[in-house]
Design a protein. Sequence first.
Length: 662
Amino acid sequence: MSAIISAHQIGRSFGARHLFEEATVTINDDQKIGVIGRNGAGKSTFFRMVLGEEHPDEGEIIIRKGAVISHLEQHDPWDVSEGILEFMMRYTEAEHWQCARTLARFGFREEQQEEPIEGFSGGYRMRIKLASMLVREPDFLMLDEPTNYLDLNTQLILENFLNSFRGGYMVISHDREFLKRTTDHTLEVADGGLFLFPGPLEDYFEFVAEEKQRKQREARNVEARRKHLQAFVDRFGAKASKASQAQSRMKQLEKLQPIEVKNKISNVRMKVPDVPVSRGLIVGMEHLDCGYGKTTILADIDMKIPAGEKYAIVGENGQGKTTFLKTLAGELEPVAGSYRWTPAKKIGYYAQHVNDTLRESETVFESLTRFAPPGSPKQELLAMAGSFLFRDEDLKKKVQVLSGGERSRLIIAGLLLGKYDVLLLDEPTNHLDFETVEALGDGLARYQGTVFFVSHDRTFVKTLATNILEVDSGQIRNYPGSYDDYVYSLENSFQDGGGKAATQKNKSASANRNAESSAVDHVSGGALDRSLASDHSDKGRPDSGANESRKKKSNGAAESGSTTARNDSESATAGASSTNGKASGLSAADLKKAIRKQRIVVRDAEQAMETLTRTKDDLEARLSQEYNGEDSKKLLDIQKNLKEAEQAWLKTVEELESLENG
């Protein structure tokens, strides 16, 4: 453990706005840090300063000499017409084989690596970003809102990757559940400063609440003391016999300043539209096919939806969630069948990419006025603005200076001013800080209307959803369980084999939706090896607490690891041999099962190599400190076993390619 990033007394301003003032923090190379703070507080600016893309106006940021820091960008660093492999080689300046190997670990087959990026949806584009970050074999990672637009399955893959990575990282995220699962430190960017807390997010919230209570008690004590001193001065200030005492109290009073209790994590209460309670059905669908042109994405939907329910639409990216919402919103015509809303109901729609509804030259208040029904009282607009944290001077801000989160808040506030009976929300939580996400969830739960929404923020879905609609393989169904049940089933599926393969139907849908600028996932498999991060960590530096544990290990531990890994690699080779040549003659269903089994064999072979590599690193580290003949002999055995494991892995990969091409 050593410092990798040190910020000392940094200042950064944009005009009259001071983002940082004398901010100081030291970050170690093994810390897994969740970076939190309000939209516009300076989180991304801090990242850019660390990466050298911006420079502090005052102070300095020091990066440890020789450290490799990789950054997952919030914005796309490619031209969408580039091939995936072409982009990787240009962006990382790595060799062809390094880029191809890393992409393969993220589920991209060799032929898919040559395809243009524009043919892949947001979730798979995120995988490309992750792969490009790992090619550099970094010591430390920086991820700026990585979960935006990721489906839950890909989020679980990202979580697993981060939890497997041996080095440290900082991750900006507004997804509370994601931070709970992936971080052990919390860095808040607020009030011009950087505050690093040595614990996970929930512990930090508890600390903030306790600190606030302590400050409130202290403030009450100070105020009581001030009143007592002021009463003494008022009573005896004019009396000569008490003049010296009164003067002394006056000086004490001047020194005793009121204590300001800052609300670091505020309790926002969202204002929601007051709409009449509806009874009965709100929408009915009969043999409804949704898609683009003549291409069907979702088929034969028969549903009757009661009013007042909150439906979370879940499923992998590219399965048709947005297509379904667009159809219900009237943005797309049904391919076949029909749907019918209850007459006289107002429908409000929040699309994934709605920034084009904003006008850069308008102020916040002018935008809200335009969104609201004509004649809306000014007080109503101000109340809605305030519930979305636009107050006082914020109302005068031009749209062009707003952060991504502030823009999202503004658009949602404008939508809620419309007093719609039904809300169709496609990823409304992207770019919102977690306070706003939770407040929006609580507010919409109180809303009397009907909500259909797509969100991958687990806290938001759990807060709001009363029903789950699962979109999968061209079908949509009422999921027979809670959202927690759905997450649990996905986690089990991920652990058993890692994700679902895309169907041929999905692939044909992808081609059609590319023309509509809304690509469908068409990477089959899509499973990230559960231990891939080990190969791209910090070149052998032990993870947190490893030095302590190594002191306690017996010399037999390395031998045990060697034996286990060798057995695994032998099993993997046997698995490959047993399936060799059987691709021909298999039914489609049997071939799919064989491919899945072979992926597990490949994964096991990779894990065997990684176990041997870790054991080899341990032995080399011990020998570098003190030569031991027994360890030296073990190291030779390990190196031999590792070579055999690599050969076994190559065989399993060749067999997998044979099955996939068969």
